[in-house]
Each structure stands twice: as C-alpha cells, then as structure tokens.
Design a protein around this ligand. Sequence first.
Ligand code: PAF
Length: 285
Amino acid sequence: MQICRSKQSMRDCVAEWRASGQRVALVPTMGALHRGHLALCRHARDWLNARGGGRLVTSVFVNPTQFGPNEDLATYPRDEEGDLRLLRDIGADAAFLPSVQDIYRPGAQTVVEVTGLSRILTGKLRPGHFRGVTTVVTKLFNIIGPDAAAFGEKDYQQLTVIRQMVADLDMPVQIIGVPTVREADGLAMSSRNLRLTPQDRAAAPILCQALNRAEQMIATGATLPATLQELRRHLATEPRAEICSIDIRDADDLSRITTIRQPVVILLTVRFGTVMLIDQRVACP
Ligand code: PAF
C-alpha cells in the first residue's frame, strides 16, 4: 500500500495508475477506522471488481472546516497506526494522509455549498458543517479524480448533500451509498462511540430500538404524528439520552412531508453527555 502524505504524491500515484488505464475508487474518511469504514472499502472494491478491477484509495483527514467552534475537533479520535494497519489488511492500494496546511492553503477564498440541503436538519444544528464537508470532498475529488466514491448511509443527510453536489456540478464521480454497519446490540458504528462513557455506551442502543419500532409502525400504516410521538416517547424512556432532533422526511430529497405515502427516512440526533450521535432508517409504508 502506498502512503501519500501530500497532494502532489497522491496526484503522482494516481497519474501512474491512470497511465495504465486503471479505474480509481475513493473512500473519504476522518480516520479512527472501524468496521463501518471497512464496509465502505469493501463496497468500493466490489464496484471496481464489477468493472474489471482498479485501485482503491482511502483518505484519512480530520477536516477542521466541518467542525463548529464549540465542537469536538480537538478531541476527535485519531489513530494513524491502527488506521494504516486496517487499510493494509483490507488491501487498499493507497492511503492519503495530507496535512491541514497542504489541503487548506493560506488565503483560500473558495467554498462549495449545497445551499438548500445544507441548511436544514443537522445543518441547522451545526451551521457551516456541510459547507466544510462539500468543500473538502470537492478538493479530494479534484486531487484524486476518482471514478467512484463511497459514503455511508448512516450520515444520510451528508450522502444526500453529496449526491446533490455531484449532480449540480456535473462531477464525473459515481456515488456509492453503503448501508449502516451496527454493533451486535444495534448501535450504529461511529468513531464517536469511542468517546461514550460505559454508561452512555450501554444506553446508546436506544436509538436503534426506537428506529426499529418506528419502521414497524410505518410498515403497518401508522400516521406521521403517531410515529413521531412514539419515537419521542421511546427515547424519553432513557434518561441519559438528550433528544436534539427527530425528523421524518422524504427519503429521496429530505423535503418535509405531511403524510407517509412514499419511502421516508427517519433521522435521529441524540446527545449522550458531550457526544452527539446520529442514526437513521429508511421506512416504507
Ligand atoms: O463522513 C465523514 O467521515 C466526513 O464527513 C468526510 C466525508 C470524510 C469529509 O470529511
């Protein structure tokens, strides 16, 4: 596996592969890799294999511009050695680990923002977050030039925002959405889980349980208000869970709905202590 620590070395590496006509798939991450990230890598590899093979790049970059001033940039988990070991084991062809200074040159003035979708839901709770995500993902696409890139469905709004950006800006990258990977007790895998106290870790599966219940209700014809009420009631049974938001939206474009007639996505944001967890479920009536 090649380790590229600068934009130039990454570009040189991809240029060699391109010269021999190979496809490239990218898995962008912020590191502290877990089985959820490995599933992204596997899906990206499958995408390549279905097209005769190619090269898999995983980027590991804790992107400062997607963190707000009072968020957890300083304490975000980092484990470069562990990340590189996992990436070698899974057979990634290159790891891209640029520095903040290399990615964000002084004096930069340009950002990429999906104006509507970035300002609703999580975008309201975390102003500027998705602008940071779309700007860095655009930069990664420009540096690496992948044919495809994989993103997790767990960050459902992020995936929707990125699909919108790629369509709006005619980016020649196929976006692969990858189903959420869960722990045995249902907790969605996330690097932030490492920061939960043992008590909060034990309480956190309530998100998945609430989603299971809501999905079941929607499948059997429950109304939107009844489902929202049950989600609220269920989450309130766990005193450690501080509800930040509960939403049910159109699964395709995250628009508001008044009745459940088509596939919807249930989106939960719940805080445990200082750790904000998100989870989601697509449900069909
Ligand atoms: O989902 C993430 O880990 C990040 O938001 C991403 C896509 C790597 C951009 O920094």
